[in-house]
Design a protein around this ligand. Structure first.
Ligand code: HPA
Ligand code: ZN
Length: 331
C-alpha cells in the first residue's frame, strides 16, 4: 500500500545533511577538493554508521566541498526540490555555521548562498523557509557566544538558535549563557537532547536553556515524570525515525518509540534530520514508520497537524496550513 503524502512542516533538517553523494562529487570537482572515496558508489558504501559520532565524522568531512555561496545555493535548491515532492510546505532548517567558519568559509558565503535559494522558495517551490543556526556542543561555548552577535544581521532568515553535534558528555547547561542572550534578542530556542544523551539532558534543555522544542527527545520516555511534563506542557519533539535506526539509537524501526510517544499524548512530529545519509526525506520517514508501527491515517494526520502547531510560523499561517490539512482529511 502506498502511503498518501500529506502537507507537513519539516522542523528537524540539517541542510548539510542533504548533501547527496552525486552533488558532493560535483561540488568537489567545481572547487578542486579531493574526496577520500573514489566515486559515488564507494561514498555510498561509507554511509554505514555505528553511532552519532561515526556519522558526524563523515558529515563534517564532506562539508569540505561547500566553499562558495553558489555551493550552498545548489545544496538548498536540491533540498527544496526533493522536499516539495514529499509534501513539505514549511521548513525550519538547521545550519551549522561553525562547521564552515572553522574551515575558513565566511559566514556571508553561507548565508548569502542559502538565502539565494530560501528567500522566494515559497513562490518557486511552495515551501516557506526559515533558518535555525545551531551551536556545536562539542566545541567551546565561548565560540558560540562569539558567534551569536554575528548571526543578528541575518535575522530576516535566521529566526532561532539550536544545539547539535556529539551529545554525550556535553550537557545543555554548558550553553546556558549564549541561550540566555539569544532569548534576550527574541530568537527562538531549540536543542538536540535525548538522542543519545539521558533524559536529564532534556530537562536541562528545558530548564536551563529555555528551549521551546526538543530535537529527538526519544530517551525522554525512560523518565515517567519527564514524559508527564512533556505531555502536560505539550512540548514539541522533532522525531527522526530513519536517523535513529541509522545511528543505532533504536535497534530497528519496529521498536521505535514514536508509537509510545503518540500513545502517551506527546506532541511528536516526524522529520528527516540528515536525509542524504539516513535513507530518506520526510515522506520516506513517514512511510517507513507507517509500515513498521502500523500508523493509522488518523495518526498520520495528527503528526502532520502537530508539525504545523510545533512550528514557529505566525498563528495565521499555522491556521491556514491546518485548514488545508482538514480539507485533505475531509476529502
Ligand atoms: N544529532 C546531532 N548533531 C547532528 C545531527 C544529529 O542527528 N545531524 C547533524 N548534526
Ligand atoms: Zn539533528
Amino acid at each position: 500500500m502506498t502511503v498518501p503524502i500529506l502537507p507537513t512542516a519539516e522542523l528537524h533538517l540539517h541542510i548539510e545533511g542533504t548533501l547527496e553523494p552525486e552533488l558532493a562529487f560535483a561540488l568537489a570537482a567545481r572547487n578542486g577538493v579531493r574526496l577520500r572515496a573514489a566515486d559515488v558508489a564507494e561514498l555510498r558504501r561509507a554511509y554505514a554508521f555505528s553511532d552519532l559520532e561515526s556519522f558526524l565524522d563523515l558529515y563534517y568531512e564532506l562539508t569540505a566541498v561547500l566553499r562558495q555561496p553558489r555551493d550552498f545555493t545548489d545544496l538548498a535548491e536540491a533540498y527544496l526540490t526533493r522536499a516539495a515532492a514529499q509534501g513539505v510546505r514549511h521548513a525550519e532548517v538547521f545550519v551549522d555555521p561553525q562547521a564552515h567558519l572553522s574551515r575558513g568559509v565566511p559566514l556571508e558565503a553561507v548565508f548569502e548562498g542559502l538565502a539565494a535559494a530560501f528567500v522566494g522558495a515559497e513562490e518557486r517551490h511552495g515551501i516557506s523557509v526559515r533558518l535555525i543556526a545551531c551551536f556545536l556542543r562539542d566545541r567551546d561555548p565561548a565560540e558560540a557566544e562569539a558567534l551569536l552577535p554575528r548571526l543578528l544581521p541575518y535575522r530576516d532568515l535566521v529566526i532561532g538558535v539550536g544545539l547539535d553535534s556529539a551529545e554525550v558528555g556535553r550537557p545543555p547547561e554548558l550553553f546556558e549563557q549564549v541561550f540566555a542572550r539569544a532569548a534576550d534578542e527574541g530568537l527562538h530556542r531549540v536543542a538536540h537532547a535525548g538522542e543519545e544523551g539521558p533524559p536529564e539532558y532534556v530537562r536541562s534543555a528545558l530548564d536551563r536553556l529555555g528551549v521551546e522544542r526538543v530535537d529527538h527527545g526519544i530517551r525522554s520516555l525512560e523518565d515517567p515524570s519527564l514524559t508527564a511534563r512533556l505531555r502536560e506542557e505539550q512540548i514539541a519533539l522533532t522525531v527522526c525515525p530513519l536517523s535513529n535506526v541509522a545511528l543505532r539509537a533504536v535497534p530497528e524501526l519496529g521498536a521505535h518509540p514514536l508509537r509510545r510517544m503518540l500513545d502517551a499524548g506527546l506532541l511528536a512530529t516526524v522529520n528527516s534530520d540528515d536525509p542524504a545519509y539516513f535513507g530518506g526525506y520526510l515522506h520516506d520517514n513517514m512511510t517507513a514508520v507507517t509500515r513498521a508501527l502500523g500508523l493509522t491515517r488518523e495518526e498520520r494526520l495528527r503528526l502532520a497537524a502537530n508539525s504545523f502547531r510545533a512550528s514557529f510560523l505566525p498563528e495565521a499561517d499555522k491556521q491556514r496550513h491546518l485548514a488545508a490539512l482538514e480539507a485533505v482529511q475531509a476529502g
